[in-house]
Design a protein around this ligand. Sequence first.
Ligand SMILES: *Cc1c(COP(=O)(O)O)cnc(C)c1O
Length: 356
Amino acid sequence: MSDIRVELTTGPKAKPKDENAIGFGNIYTDHMFVMNYDEERGWHDPRIVPYGDIALAPTAMCLHYGQTVFEGLKAYRGDDDSIYLFRPDKNFERLNLSCRRLCIPLLDEQLCLEGLKKLVEVEKDWVPHVENTSLYIRPFIISTEPHLGVKPSSSYLFIIVMSPSGPYYKSGLKPVDIYVETEYVRAVKGGMGMAKTGGNYAVSLKSQVEAEAAGFSQTLWLDGVERKYIEEVGAMNIFFVMEDEVITPMINGSILSGITRMSVIELLKSEGYKVTERRISIDEISDAYDMGRLKEVFGTGTAAVISPVGVLKWEDKVMAVSDGAIGPVSRHLYEELTAIQWGRKEGFPGWSVKVC
Ligand SMILES: *Cc1c(COP(=O)(O)O)cnc(C)c1O
C-alpha cells in the first residue's frame, strides 16, 4: 500500500456561481496531486497539496526540449450525486505509452489511479452539478533537471490538476466544419504522433489558426508522407459512416489512440455494426461523397465525446455531410456514451468507475 500524504488548504476558493458559464480550462480546484522523480529514489513522495505555482530553474529541461507528456479525462456527477470516472485505467496506461516514447521513467499505474481517486474525493464539491458539466482532469509530467545539454532529464514532476468545465454543447449536439490540411503535417510514422505530448500541439497551432481564419473550427490531418491517408482531427479521432459500415483510420504509429475511439469501436461492434479499422484516403471519402455513400462523419474525444462533422472542405471541394444534419449513428453514440459516463447506464465492466 502506498502512503499518499494529504495537506488540505486553509483558504478554499469560492466555487463558480453560474456553472453554465464556466467555459473550459479557466479555473482550478483547491488541490493538486504531486509526485517527484529522481534517480536515487525513483518516483516518490506522492501527495495531495494545495493548488499553487511550482518553482522551476530557468534551465529546467522541459522549457527547452519539450520532454513532457499529459493526459485528459473527466469526473462526472451522476443523478445520485455520486462521482464517476470513465475508464481511467486506460489514461494511465496511455500515459506510460507516451512516457516510453519520450524517455520518461514509467509510473506505477495503480498508484496514479489511487492518487487520482483520492484527489477527486477531496475535491468532490468541485464537480459541477448542471447537466453536461464535468470536472476536467489533467495529469502531466515535465522534466525538471536544470541542464542545457540534450539528453533525457534525470528528474521529473508528475502533477494532476483539475478544472471544472461547463457543458461542451450548450444546446445539444452541434456539427462542426472541418478543413482538410494539405500544406502542414502533424506527425509521421516513427515520430511521436502516438504520444500525448505538447510538441504535437505546438506543431498543430499554425494549421489551427489558419483553419479558424478561414471559418473552420478544426483541421483534419493527412498522413505526413503521401499526404493522402486520413489521420485525425485536432484532438479527436475520426469516423466515417459509409452505407452500413463504420470506418476509422487504423492505429498506425502516427495517430493518437483515443479512449473514446476505442469505446466507440467496442460499443458499435457489440451492437452488431460492421466496424473497420484501416487506411482510408481522402480521395476515397471524396468519391463516396459524390456517390452518396458517405452518410456521416464524426470526431471522438473526451472533450466533446462525439462531434458530428457538418462540412468537410478539401482543396476547392466543399462536402456537406448528412446535409449538415446530425446523423443517427452520431446521435446514438453520443446518447449511449454520455449515459454511461454520467452513471445513468451500465457500460462494459470497468467503464464507469464510481469514486464516491
Ligand atoms: C487526446 C487526443 C485524442 C482523443 O483521445 P481521447 O482519449 O478519446 O480523449 C485524439 N487525438 C489527439 C491528438 C489527442 O491528443
